[in-house]
Design a protein around this ligand. Structure first.
Ligand code: PLP
Length: 630
């Protein structure tokens, strides 16, 4: 039994991408361990309870705030250890970039006293800043304002300074600095100022264009010098406290970090040598998450650990500072992805299997007067074997083309077309079996396996809950939450409930390659729950309301020291009515307009008054229903 479970775990790679947060128990259920190494909670039991006792349906977002705290501790511990080893004298000041997940519960968890770290907040827009201003921050933590700014943004930031927060306005453009200095003069309020540098060094992976000469953000070398000149001319050089750069999210290759750090450290040192009080170096984000567990420079992976990242940052920075004989700066990190990705888990359920040609195969009985092409296909099916399947597969493809051209000419009946299709897919199924048995991984046969795989309909919207899977083909680990003590007996691709053919998942994480199909258990019509993991960074906020599918139900769950799950809060997902409002349908107008159509039917005599009342009541009630499948 234990061995089966281990094998199933390996199939899904849980130990590779799970970072110690997930395991499988002897019942074959998934466990979550928010405080790694402590007893875990049974996620399947939790979901089952939420569904049966709390009447929540899928999709269901499970949020484990303790994982946020654990990730923060891991991050801080890595910098602490690196600083100690290197004899680095600056402090590490972790900052949470709100862009990654602006949910109040998430930001609040980082700022909460008791997480043990003095975490700051980074915001890049007026609403983010507005929200951040409402929150109590730990004493001495930073409120960093990045992004393009107008006067309204600067004014809000100055309100923060008046509240006693350590606000840093990071200048992205020269004109911003002029505006900040003017508003500061006019109001008598003085914020700290930071400069964002455009580095020559780039990141690697999907977001490498966030860095480099052509980057959207940041000041060129001559602009930095111009800013300094401007500050001096105004006698405000004491406000320049921070230098910032960000070379992009999910940097896959550790060498890019080292290069960027070398360059940024030199920029810091040169500015510091100009007798300016810059004492903070803000290195932005970039620390990636190993979504596929391959520990490689593949897009969804990273070839380093948190510790290695921190070591590279600290050692490079110390080396350059010592060489240039400048003090070690305090170090701000904005590693939002790694702080949040692990804490959220989307649970969906399989609702059905989609019938395709490949799995809808009644038996075929040939008649003497069937067209020649049917006999050809039948003959291929009868003679196919492990030696000739490649050749006969190509014969079958030709015969299928012939079948459809004859159909289009009116030479083949609908019944014969159906027979031909069934025979063709029987052949494909055999071909695929032979190819798999021989371990052939040529495109032709891999594609065939994918075409033949079951398509399972899952109750969620990819566009709402994992938009990066669609937009940038990002891979998220997916696996069942139960039956993990049974070897998966089939393979499938997944489709969501939107009416969009892009709403499908046909690429899955694998340590060595990208899998085209997911190993899964035969759907028996009973509840079968799948988890989509590591969706805590970017997915919630970037998700859209395609087809007016709304925000999923949510449960916030804490795990006790005994491994028991405590549901701290349930937040019901969007109702049909919420989505109507989103699309600017007014509830009252909608109701009136529906009722007047009913009234017209009544006056035509097509509906009785009693039936009309029933129709209106049902319509009204549906406003409160879920947007997903019940
Ligand atoms: C997006 C962003 C971050 C977050 O980076 P991750 O690598 O995704 O954690 C940090 N800082 C800035 C300025 C950003 O724009």
């Amino acid at each position: 039994m234990r061995q089966d479970i281990e094998e199933v775990g390996q199939t899904y790679g849980i130990e590779k991408w799970g970072a110690g947060y997930f395991s499988i128990n002897t019942d074959g259920h998934l466990l979550v361990h928010p405080e790694r190494g402590r007893p875990g909670a049974d996620v399947y039991d939790l979901v089952d309870k939420l569904v049966r006792e709390r009447k929540l349906s899928t999709p269901l977002l499970l949020r484990f705030p303790q994982i946020l705290a654990t990730q923060l501790k891991r991050l801080c511990a890595a910098y602490e250890a690196a600083s100690r080893d290197a004899g680095y004298q600056g402090d590490h000041l972790p900052v949470f970039p709100m862009k990654v997940n602006p949910r109040r519960e998430v930001v609040g968890e980082f700022l909460r006293e008791g997480v043990g770290q003095s975490v700051g907040v980074e915001c890049g827009s007026k609403p983010e800043l507005y929200a951040a201003l409402s929150l109590e921050q730990p004493a001495g933590s930073l409120l960093i304002c990045n992004g393009f700014k107008d006067e309204g943004f600067v004014n809000l930031a100055l309100l923060g300074t008046q509240l006693g927060k350590r606000v840093v306005l990071v200048v992205e453009k020269l004109t911003e600095l002029k505006m900040i200095l003017r508003r500061s003069r006019e109001t008598g309020v003085t914020p700290w100022i930071g400069l964002r540098a455009k580095l020559y060094s780039k990141g690697s992976g999907k977001w490498s264009s966030s860095g480099g000469e052509a980057a959207k953000f940041g000041l060129t070398t001559s602009e930095i010098l111009e800013c300094i000149r401007l500050l001096r001319a105004e006698g405000r050089e004491e406000t320049l406290r921070l230098l910032h750069f960000h070379i992009g999210s999910q940097v896959t290759d550790i060498r890019r970090i080292k290069n960027a750090m070398r360059e940024a450290a030199r920029v810091y040192a040169k500015v510091r040598q100009m007798k300016l009080p810059v004492e903070i170096l803000d290195i932005g984000g970039g620390l990636g998450v190993d979504y596929d567990g391959s520990r490689s420079t593949f897009e969804g992976s990273i070839n380093y650990s948190i510790e290695e990242f921190a070591n590279n940052v600290i050692y490079t920075l110390k080396g350059v500072c010592d060489d240039e004989q400048v003090p070690h700066p305090h170090l701000v990190t904005e590693s939002g992805r790694v702080m949040t990705a692990y804490h959220a888990l989307l649970v969906t359920s399989i609702r059905d299997e989609i019938e395709t040609f490949a799995n809808d195969r009644p038996t075929v009985v040939l008649d003497d007067d069937d067209p020649q092409v049917i006999f050809e296909l039948n003959q291929v099916l009868g003679s196919i074997n492990v030696k000739n399947y490649r050749e006969l597969y190509h014969d079958a493809l030709d015969a299928k083309d012939e079948l459809y051209s004859q159909f289009n000419l009116g030479l083949v009946s609908l019944e014969d077309r159906a027979k031909g299709e069934v025979l063709f897919w029987e052949i494909c199924s055999k071909v695929s079996q032979f190819a798999q048995r021989e371990g052939i991984n040529e495109h032709e046969f891999v594609d065939l396996q994918k075409t033949l795989a079951s398509k399972y309909l899952c109750n969620f919207s990819l566009f709402r809950s994992a938009p990066d899977s669609w937009a940038i083909k990002q891979l998220f680990p997916i696996m069942p939450l139960h039956r993990l003590n049974e070897a998966p007996d089939t393979v499938a691709t997944l489709v969501d409930v939107t009416c969009d053919s892009d709403g499908c998942i046909d690429r899955f994480v694998d340590v060595k390659t990208v899998k085209q199909v997911l190993e899964i258990h035969e759907f028996r019509g009973e509840p079968y729950y799948l988890g989509m993991f590591l969706v805590g960074a970017y997915q919630e906020v970037m998700g859209s309301f395609h087809n007016l599918f709304g925000i999923p139900n949510e449960a916030q769950v804490a795990i006790g020291p005994d491994g028991r799950a405590h549901v701290a809060k349930i937040i019901p997902g969007s109702r049909v009515g919420d989505m109507l409002s989103f699309a600017r349908f007014d509830h009252r107008q909608v109701a009136e307009s529906f009722q007047s159509q009913v009234a017209a039917r009544v006056s035509q005599g097509a509906l009785t008054a009693a039936a009309a009342e029933q129709v209106v009541a049902e319509y009204t009630a549906a406003l409160q229903g879920t947007t997903y499948l019940e």
